[in-house]
Design a protein around this ligand. Sequence first.
Ligand code: CIR
Length: 256
Amino acid sequence: MIDFAVMREPCARYAMGLTQAELGEPDLELARAQHRAYAEALERLGIGVLILPANDAFPDSCFVEDCAVIAGDVLIWTRPGAESRRGEIALLRDELRLDFASVELTNGILDGGDVCQIEDRFLIGLSERTDEEGAGGLGAVLKTLGYRSQVVDIRQSTLLHLKSGLSYLGNEIVLVSNVLRGHPALQGLRKVVPEDGEEYAANAVSFGNGVVFLPAGFPRVAAAVRGQGFEVIELQMSEFQKMDGGLTCLSLRFGS
Ligand code: CIR
């Protein structure tokens, strides 16, 4: 169960962030409204939310998930793959005074968006933002914490991060894009596969209590996830999709 989340407001330079989406310029006011609606949806679930102030030095800094991996009661600081995002770690570390043990990765690059936990196992995507060294370093830390890990190479796909195409919903069910559905690391799991045109909805947040956040506007995925017994809450994400961001990247989620 998730009981606490950290978010950061989109900054005035949000539109200067990295993107390959080709969906046009984001509307900052609408992005802020969508961000607030996300935070309110968390609060309605009884989750405590800390919203950090916008920081104009880092246009992508509202995508806090890329800065850390949470494994049980340990936080692992990442090494973001994009040069322009490296400073987000020090910023967040200075602002967060959480009562949490933390570990730092020391080699390679790794974005939190490339890390997907499935029960006591972590899948680590090799991508444009995460290399073998970063993945190996995280795998070693996770091992000391008692978790298994497995690498999933997504470099031949168009996915930015592993979690752009994979979400663990719970009960051994994954939401997975067509391009990853056959990966051996997912063997034995039940799969919900978005149809063509709904791939963006493969990035979802599951809270471990049967509730799942999905982006609004992907009705077939929403119906399929509801069909697996989950309660679905749909959130408007258009202004984050324009910047290659999904639901998971907007929060760092803590819980047991
Ligand atoms: C970036 O390219 O870094 C941001 N514009 C989007 C990051 C999205 N993060 C994520 O999916 N975990």
